[in-house]
Each structure stands twice: as structure tokens, then as C-alpha cells.
Write a protein that binds this ligand. Sequence first.
Ligand SMILES: Cc1ncc(COP(=O)(O)O)c(C=O)c1O
Length: 441
Amino acid sequence: MEGHDGSGSAGELLARHREVLPNWLALYYDQPIELVRGEGARVWDGDGNEYLDFFGGIVTTISGHVVPRLVRALSEQAGKIAHSSTLYLIRPMVELAERLTGIAPIDLPVKAFFVGSGTEAVEAALLFATTWRRSNEIIALRNSYHGRSFGAIGITGNRGWSASSFSPLNVSYALSPYCYRCPLGLTYPACGVACAEDVRNVIETTTTGEPAAMIAEPIQGVGGFVTPPPEYFGIVKSILDEFGIPFIADEVQTGFGRTGEAFWGIEGYGVHPDAIVCAKGLGNGMAMGAVVSRADMMESLRANSISTFGGNPLASTYALANLDHIEENRLQENAYKVGNALYRGLKDLEDRFDVVGEVRGKGLMVGVEMVSDATSKAPSPEAVAKVMESCKEQGLLLGKGGLYGNVLRLSPPLSITEDDVARAIETLEVAFGEAATLGSP
Ligand SMILES: Cc1ncc(COP(=O)(O)O)c(C=O)c1O
């Protein structure tokens, strides 16, 4: 069967995919789909089915698909020069660095370095911090995800994404600020955010006292949009400051207005990090990552370093147009407004459906943890699978995550409307109803 783009059916493409790509490269859905076209928050598969895209290519297409001004910026630059390398001056890269260093909530002189992905940005930040501090000790969080390379896996606190136990780093894991499944069995706020205090104990018992850095996601993305309580990062940062330990915010998912309340996720916690790692939303789908950090940390390298593709004219031009688009269309404000509507609508469903354990998140980064019932809180990846399939049938794409694969992840483009939110909620209401019958005769 021919798809609408004339390239053949999804079934035939799936067979070819399985033949030549590794078996761990997971695909969503019983019958995987090929997305061949997009426009704003809508995408179409090869059979012409339309979907509302509430995952945005894994929290990436922050401005939406095929935004005319971005397409224009890209094709105009492609018509001039696509690549030159950092051996030559690159005007859009310098402009992008000026832009990012200007908006980073980092004290002291700041510099930016560009790479091709989030993983590579994490790697670069680890290299800078470990060189600067002359230590290979890193503090990370349990239930974290930082990428797929050797070093990034080494600081990823999630068994499902840890393909190797080998690591160039000596890593200590602090408790995840995961209130719904509190690792200390406590309840917020009576807990006094005891999980944050754990960082002190980790430093005192598992490190030399002078680790290179602590790295954390402001909201744990792959971990299931685990959203720390408001005081968490303030307490952690004050403990790190006592010991003089730098803090790296991994903003790969939370950056660029996604959380609605601030441009960077960590700003919502009132904390100034020493370095920020970003990617995904920066390029709205173009392969691009960056580290923005204190200049003394970044410039501690005593050897040459280079990224052939990092900051190339095409990606930098596109990212600059993307940042303009986010700012001029007040997408962060929209994420706050429609994100609240989405959150409230889902909270109503949480009250009505026993299989919905917890709705959490900020702005347009909303997670729904599915359980077999609200009393046992037993994780239900089956309910997630059912909801994903049902939503797909109804024309809504979602993501999933969580340590147990039982969390739905909603991260649409920040440009969605209240009508889009209403449609997503209606769709999820039907899907939760279907998931609620799982296990019934
Ligand atoms: C918080 C975080 N850091 C790093 C990465 C790695 O980014 P990439 O997949 O672009 O290498 C991801 C990817 O999901 C992420 O969520």
C-alpha cells in the first residue's frame, strides 16, 4: 500500500526499520506510524490521519511544526552557506551566544559553547566541571536522565536507560524529590523537604567533600515529569554553596519557557546555577545543544577543543529565529495560561478516575502517573499503553516515561490554544475510561 507521500505503507517501512536498525530503538504503538507532515501543533501520518501533537518530538518542537518564519530563515541561510566550522567566524553563532549568555540566570561572566545534541552538551559540561575542579566526582539524582553517551549514562539514575555500568566518573546519587513516591515515605509539606537535606549526607559520606559538580533536571523529564517541591532547589543550592560545589542545571527539557512561570526551569525555583545545559527546544527540531556556563568553568580546558557541527550557520540561524518567535509570540506566557487550563482539566479527571494516580508538572510540561488504583499506587504501564493507543485512535499523540513506564507525558508546542487543550482533555477522558476497565471481566 502506498502512503500519501507515495513512499509506501507504515507496515512495510516497519519491516525495513527492524531489518537495519538496532532492536533497542523503541517505537511507540502496536502499529507504529510515520509522521510525514506537520503544521503548528498538528501532524499527519502517511495514511493521511491527523493528530494533535502533545509530545512534540520528545519535548522538542517548542514553537510548533513548519513555522513559516523558521522555514524562511532556514532556507534563506541554506541558500547562502550551511556549514563552515568553528575555524571561521560564524555571525549567527556569535549572535546566539550573545543571546543565551544575556538571558542565562548565571552570576559572573558567562560564555556559551555549541554542540549537536543534549547528550553532547551534558558531556561538554561534565568535561568543563571535572577539569575546572580537578575531580571526577559528580553528584546526580536518582530517577534522572542525562543522555545516551558513556559519560551521560554514567550520571543517569534510571536502570531502564543505563545500558552500561562502566563510567569515566565517580558518581553519587542523591534522593529524587519524587513526592508521589517519596523515597523517605514522608508527606509534603510535613516532610520539611528532607530529600533536599540528603544532599548534605551524600557529600559528607560518599565524596571527598570537593566533587566537581552536582547536576540535576529542574523537572525530571524521562523520569516522569517528577516536579520537586518549591523549596527543593533553594535548599540544595545552599548546601552546595556551603561546600563550594558548582551546580549544573540540565534544562534540556525545561528550557525556553516550557514551564510557563520562567524562561528556564531552574528560575522557577529562584536558583542561579553555575552552568546550564540545553538542547531540544533551542533548535525546535534542528540538531543543536549548548552549554552556557561561568566563563572560568568553561575556559578551564588546557587543550584544544572543537565541535565541527556545533553552532553551524544553519542551526544557529534557525535557533535565533526560534528564540525570536518564542519571545515575540509570548509563548512562555501562553504556556503558563493554557498549561494551567490543561493542569486543572486533568486534575478533575484525577478526581474521577482511580487509575489516575497523580497529575503534576508546570506550564506545558504535564505528567499523568497511572496506577492500578489510587490506594495501592501500584504502577500501571498497562494503563499507559491503553491510554496511548486509545488517544492515537482518537487523534492525539502523547509521550510516556517514568521509572516504571507508567507516566503519560504531555509536552505540546507552546503555541497551542485553549481549544486544543479542551480537545486533549475530552480525548483523555475517553481513554481513562477505557483504562479503568483493564482487568475487569
Ligand atoms: C534532561 C535531558 N538531558 C539530556 C538529554 C539528552 O539529549 P539528546 O537526546 O538530545 O542527546 C535528554 C534527552 O531526552 C534529556 O531529557
